[in-house]
Write a protein that binds this ligand. Structure first.
Ligand code: PLP
Length: 412
């Protein structure tokens, strides 16, 4: 079956409003689907009151929030109370660090990477300092920024309590083989595993249980949704930790990692992401009785060839440009690379190149993208960093051609 990209693009208003602009900063924040806007607008017009009371707008508000929790737990194939809605992934990891900290004791070890965005690094380092925990560093090789599974093996001991890494770095773009890493962690330690999926989820939302991880987090504002973080924590793991919510809410596991009141409208609008995927599925596969999990898998099969083509083309163009260093794998095989491509010119600053591209109507960005320590460890000034082109399923061939021609014009 062919992916009907025009149907997908018709669900996003900016494509119609600004057809000459080529948006390729999706890893910073994607366009928002019509279905998400619709819920936000409905919520703000009719339900913007304290939810979960008996009067009708309040009841409807609570129902809309419950609908989002129920749809997302079906999509992830988890129990509804294993899901935390928090304001962002950085806030979710910050809160989780307080909770994990309460379970650790001096002598314990954790493993962090330098491939991660700071939200899956700084929180654990601060936690380790507070609790007197040893930190072991799983570092990338210094040219392409890739993580090697064998290097992980040598860091694991019987004292390792947690391993934190990313499903896909927001600069390196290569998909880490989560199941292989989890298997190795289980073979050599009793550690739990937390994975940051912020840069992976816009391309495919997997079932975290099937990956074997204990925690999995991503941000819906990069997945066509509202500004909202989503975090899965396996029930048994969550129950070992001190709840971070008001003491009278401790009976509800779903509230344990949410010290603040939830963002009501954004939680409700989180369902819009899945409404979009359901519409996309129905358009291609017709009305089916499949559950959401199966529909997400179908959609992945539908869009993966197109997404691989995007990555393959951008990589092909950049790797042929003289004096250009491209991070991550230089090719795409079996969906092991998303189209998040970071590059640096040997002679020119990334901010200059980015400005030139922007002047040609190419909406890319440059900098360290909060993967500050990765950029530094790759030997690049984090203030200038890399230029990043990041595309998702809704970017079409015409946009791809314009990106390639702009890159050729500017990089030679
Ligand atoms: C890979 C990755 N992890 C984590 C984050 C942090 O997400 P949030 O902005 O929701 O805190 C980002 C944000 O850019 C990211 O790209």
């Amino acid at each position: 079956m062919d992916f009907d990209i025009n149907f997908a693009r018709n669900q996003f208003l900016p494509f119609a409003n600004d057809p000459d602009f080529v948006f390729c900063s999706n890893a910073g924040g994607s366009y928002v689907a019509r279905q998400t806007h619709q819920i936000l607008e409905e919520y703000n017009r009719h339900m913007r009151v304290q939810p979960y009371s008996g009067y009708s707008p309040s009841r409807e508000a609570g129902d809309a929030m419950d609908r989002a929790r129920s749809l997302w737990s079906e999509a992830l194939d988890i129990s509804p109370d294993e899901l935390t809605f928090g304001p962002s992934t950085s806030m979710n990891t910050y809160v989780l660090a307080q909770a994990i900290g309460s379970t650790l004791k001096p002598g314990d070890q954790i493993i962090v990477t330098n491939q991660d965005h700071e939200s899956n690094r700084g929180a654990w380092l601060r936690m380790a300092k507070q609790e007197g925990i040893e930190v072991r560093h799983w570092n990338v090789e210094p040219e392409f920024g890739l993580l090697d599974g064998k290097a992980l093996e040598s860091l694991l001991t019987e004292k390792t309590r947690w391993v934190f890494f990313t499903h896909c770095s927001n600069l390196v773009g290569t998909v880490n083989p989560i199941q292989d890493h989890v298997q190795m962690i289980r073979n050599f330690s009793d550690a739990r595993v937390f994975v940051d999926a912020v840069s992976y989820a816009p391309h495919y939302i997997p079932s975290p249980r099937s990956l074997g991880v204990d925690g999995y987090a991503f941000s819906l504002y990069k997945v066509f949704g509202p500004h909202q973080g989503i975090m899965y924590l396996d029930r048994q793991t969550a129950e070992t930790m001190e709840a971070q919510c008001h003491d009278f809410n401790v009976g509800a596991l779903a509230k344990h990692f949410n010290p603040a009141g939830p963002l009501h409208a954004e939680v409700a609008a989180s369902a819009g992401v899945l409404d979009y995927f359901i519409d996309l599925h129905k358009h291609h596969f017709g009305q089916t009785s499949q559950d959401l999990r199966a529909k997400l898998d179908d959609l992945h099969t539908l869009t993966e060839t197109h997404e691989s083509h995007l990555a393959h083309t951008v990589l092909g163009c950049l790797t042929e440009c003289p004096d250009v260093r491209v991070l991550g794998k230089q090719t795409v095989e079996n969906n092991d690379r998303v189209c998040t491509v970071a590059f640096k010119h040997n002679q020119r600053s990334s901010s200059d190149i980015c400005a030139d591209l922007q002047n040609l109507g190419i909406g890319c960005e440059s900098g360290n993208f909060y993967a500050y320590h990765l950029v530094e460890d790759l030997g690049v000034d984090p203030e200038d960093g890399f230029v990043r082109i990041s595309l998702v399923h809704y970017n079409n061939q015409e946009e791809l051609d314009r990106i390639v021609s702009a890159l050729q014009q500017i990089l030679g």
